[in-house]
Design a protein around this ligand. Structure first.
Ligand code: NAD
Length: 302
């Protein structure tokens, strides 16, 4: 069967790898990003360049967006020069960004007016998962539509779940981010406390990894970012995690649900942003505590 033509908007930390994997899987790709550098990189691998999201949408059957937050998604899809300006009726729009569920529902409604079908399909697994095409993808929208496009998602991810109607993919992602954000503050506080009390960070890592305090973040963020002190390598921007916790709090406010720990974690990341750490990987939140107690958690993972 002939593979569908795909447009890809947003070639950042995640989208860059995801677009590469689609090319590797043999898809005819047309790409767009406000930043010309990643566009050049992906075009060098065989993709075509579009000067706007509308231009990309005009020439493809499926268009994927991987953008930072609600505002960028609305602008790239609904704004002037956006996806809906160029898309033909029957085009399928798959938004893989992490945004508010109500924004997905709104965008899907606008898309429907033009005959464009919509799936929300946010991902988890970080830049490593994007690079290795092992992302977990949580999809909201029509199940048959998903079935027809699963092969495309499989070029970028390993585990694909249909979780409900439009907006439900984003809802599940929001829950994941809430847990991740709180987990990271726990790791950071524990490591700083242990190190300040005189335990070598290497020992803390080795023992906790084999104990009940272990987690996915312990295994990935501690050796690669915290122990090396290299928070500027490609990762998940602290500002984006703060955005995700903000989405959970906004949703909790509307639905009158108390989220105590999420509120505290949100303040942690907001303080970190105020201290200029927002563009660094989320694990740079440890720098706040390190500075305040005069200790650095650096080490080597065995
Ligand atoms: P990023 O900021 O690195 O990349 C976003 C890209 O979108 C940039 O290249 C930017 O130039 C481009 N862009 C912004 N507005 C645009 C517009 N209007 N038109 C065209 N291009 C535009 O972000 P990222 O880390 O790749 O994350 C993308 C999304 O995936 C976010 O919602 C994030 O929360 C989510 N996410 C990120 C990770 C991660 O580890 N980085 C993991 C899972 C999910």
């Amino acid at each position: 069967m002939v593979k569908k033509k795909i447009g890809f908007i947003g070639l950042g930390a995640m989208g860059n790898y995801m677009a590469r994997n689609l090319i590797k899987a043999g898809y005819d790709l047309t790409v767009h990003d406000l930043n010309s550098q990643p566009v050049k990189e992906i075009v060098a691998l065989g993709a075509k360049e579009a000067k706007s999201s509308a231009e990309a949408a005009k020439v493809v059957e499926v268009i994927i967006t991987m953008l930072p937050a609600d505002e960028e998604v609305k602008s790239a899809i609904l704004g002037p020069g956006g996806v809906l300006e160029g898309a033909q009726a029957g085009t399928v729009l798959i938004d893989m960004s992490s945004i508010a569920p109500h924004t997905s529902i709104f965008v899907a409604g606008e898309a429907k007016k033009k005959g464009v079908k919509f799936l929300d399909a946010p991902v988890s697994g970080g830049t490593i998962g994007a690079e290795k095409a092992t992302l977990t993808i949580m999809v909201g929208g029509d199940k048959t539509l998903l079935d027809e496009h699963t092969e495309i998602l499989q070029a970028m991810g390993k585990t694909i779940y249909h979780v409900g109607d439009v907006g439900m993919g984003e809802t599940v992602k929001m829950v994941n981010q809430l847990m991740l954000g709180i987990n990271l503050t726990g790791i950071v506080e524990g490591l700083v406390l242990g190190t300040k009390l005189g335990v070598a960070p290497d020992i803390l890592y080795k023992v906790i990894r084999a104990s009940s305090g272990n987690s996915f973040l312990m295994e990935h963020r501690v050796p690669n970012y915290i122990f090396t002190g290299n928070f500027t390598q490609p990762g998940f921007a602290l500002d984006l995690l703060r955005k995700d916790l903000g989405l959970a709090l906004e949703s909790a406010k509307v639905n009158k649900i108390p989220l105590f720990m999420t509120g505290l974690a949100y303040q942690y990341y907001t303080r970190a942003t105020a201290e200029g750490l927002g563009k660094k990987d989320m694990s740079a939140v440890i720098e706040l505590l390190e500075k305040s107690v005069g200790v650095e958690v650096r080490g080597k993972a065995e």
